[in-house]
Design a protein. Structure first.
Length: 242
């Protein structure tokens, strides 16, 4: 099994969700996303969580804008099942779409639900080939309302091996802490071996955040910036001009 196909496996999904607490400053990243979205004068009425996983980003939007209507799109049915369960209290406001946005025709499936006040994505687009990433940003732009934001919370390429090592050690330490807190008996070395040899590792196709921000500017987004960065993680994006 190659690249992002692993995310269709329930075992991979469950392992990712169980270890998400080890992601550096995960809550802060979502908080920054929400701070950016709140700069709009009008409340968010429609949003898209692209590559939604268990729906954590869309859930943050619903927490601030409980009357909003959301589309949660992912090609992993186990992830969508988790999102449906987590967000069942909002079920009447939400649409869940099993789709592969690696294929350009995904836009036609989204158009009836848009245009969107916000499109967010978390740790997803980096699974796409580099040649596909920029077209995806163009397709997202086409689905935004004037003034609408695109925010990407993303795994990016590091500039140095030291940054990579710091990131890996942070994740491993976090997962080891979770193991101990849950009464597990794996050693830190065992946790490290599992992480460094994880089956989804080859699904990561990383690019520098600077390259991706420049693409957004060229497409026509405004207020483009990397608003937060820690190791190999970044919150970046821009808005469609009014």
């Amino acid at each position: 099994m190659v690249n992002d196909e692993v995310w269709k496996l329930p075992a991979i999904v469950n392992r990712f969700l169980s270890y998400r607490a080890a992601i550096p400053l995960a809550q802060e990243q979502i908080g920054i996303m929400m701070s950016i979205l709140k700069t709009n004068e009008e409340p968010i009425e429609k949003f898209l969580d692209l590559g939604c996983g268990d729906g954590i980003l869309g859930a943050a939007i619903l927490g601030t804008y409980p009357e909003s209507r959301g589309v949660f799109a992912d090609f992993s049915e186990p992830m969508l099942d988790e999102a449906r369960e987590q967000l069942k209290e909002y079920a009447g406001q939400l649409v869940f779409e099993n789709l592969d946005y690696g294929e350009p025709d995904w836009v036609s499936r989204m158009q009836p639900h848009g245009p969107f006040d916000a499109i967010v994505s978390g740790y997803s687009i980096h699974h796409q080939p580099d040649a596909r990433k920029r077209p995806i940003y163009e397709e997202i732009y086409s689905l935004l309302k004037p003034g609408g934001w695109f925010i990407n919370i993303e795994h990016i390429a590091a500039a140095t091996q030291l940054t990579i090592d710091l990131f890996n050690n942070h994740i491993i330490d976090g997962r080891y802490a979770i193991e101990k807190a849950n009464g597990g008996n794996k050693t830190r070395q065992e946790i490290s071996d599992i992480f460094m040899n994880r089956p989804d590792k080859d699904a990561n196709i990383l690019l520098p955040v600077e390259v991706q921000c420049e693409w957004l500017r060229e497409i026509g987004y405004e207020s483009v910036d990397c608003y937060f960065r820690v190791y190999e993680l970044a919150v970046f994006g821009g808005r469609r001009p009014n």
